[in-house]
Write a new protein. Structure first.
Length: 271
């Protein structure tokens, strides 16, 4: 499958990507800025069609299915999600049932309201139910939006940089929440776009490295998140290490100035 730039129709945004996500798998999608990660996620979320090739999502081929029905079965979380800031966290989660920005009150029965409470509890946001979304912290908002995306009980959850601008405790809370989701919902598949392997929960099963619109490597996470692959993907020496099921990356390129001032990095640094 390939995608060309909409404006010119010439430049290739994604080229010959061949990718399958199976039920219950948890993928990380990584690559430099502009590599095509969001484009890949939008294709997977039936928000974009390929220019050439085919995309099958949850057994349906894009172009031959009512995308509105398909989108209802996919949870999509991104920072661009429009949310009324004065709506309570509970209301924001409820809008996930209708896929709307504003609540459609007549559409939510008692079961839906209860489900929204349960999802907030699952994402560790139970106490935020009555708080205005605009008064919630970035980390709380991220978890509320995930609860919102789960309202339609999707089989596929797509997360586009969910850790954006989170501080360390909020990041760790979200890592825990995603880990609990993955382990508590065996039928759910997830794809998480991120710039930092530190943000990946230990439940991450697979990874896909994208560079300049092409697949560099994909497969089981432990075979993909390697220093060699990251160095090739980001175009500079990067050391990747795994510790307690988490992943850590840092550049090993040292400027001549720093080399003069500081000792060389040891051969066996611990994160
Ligand atoms: N609607 C569009 N029209 C034209 N070009 C686009 C469009 N959407 C994306 N692109 C281009 O496609 C390329 C890939 O963009 P994409 O947002 O998928 O990359 P990304 O890997 O998610 O980047 P980042 O890490 O910076 O978010 C970029 O060069 C971008 O400018």
């Amino acid at each position: 499958m390939s995608v060309h730039r909409r404006t010119t129709g010439q430049e290739v945004v994604l080229d010959s990507v061949d990718w399958t996500v199976h039920r219950g798998q948890h993928w990380a999608l990584l690559g430099p800025n502009g590599a095509g990660k969001t484009t890949m996620l939008r294709l997977t979320g039936a928000l974009l069609h390929p220019t050439t090739g085919t995309v099958d999502v949850l057994g349906y081929r894009l172009g031959r299915v009512d995308v509105r029905e398909l989108r209802a079965r996919i949870g999509f979380v991104n920072a661009a999600q429009k949310v009324p800031l004065d709506a309570t966290a509970h209301t924001v989660v409820l809008t996930g049932a209708t896929g709307t920005v504003q609540p459609l009150w007549r559409m939510y029965d008692a079961a839906a309201r209860e489900r929204a409470h349960l999802l907030l509890a699952e994402l560790d946001c139970k106490e935020l139910a009555r708080r205005a979304f605009g008064d919630c912290s970035g980390g709380q908002r991220a978890r509320i939006l995930i609860a919102r995306a789960l309202m339609s009980d999707p089989s596929l959850l797509l997360l586009d940089e969910p850790f954006n601008a989170l501080d360390l405790p909020s990041r760790e809370d979200l890592v825990d929440a995603l880990y609990r989701l993955a382990t508590g919902r065996p039928g759910l598949s997830t794809v998480t776009v991120t710039h930092h392997p530190e943000e990946l929960p230990p439940s991450t099963s697979h990874a896909f490295l994208l560079r300049e619109g092409r697949e560099l490597v994909s497969g089981p996470v432990e075979t993909v998140l390697t220093s060699e692959n990251f160095t090739a993907c980001f175009g500079r020496p990067i050391r990747v290490e795994s510790y307690d099921g988490r992943w850590y990356a840092r550049s090993t390129a040292v400027s001549p100035e720093r080399r003069r001032r500081e000792p060389q990095p040891s051969q066996d640094p611990r994160p």
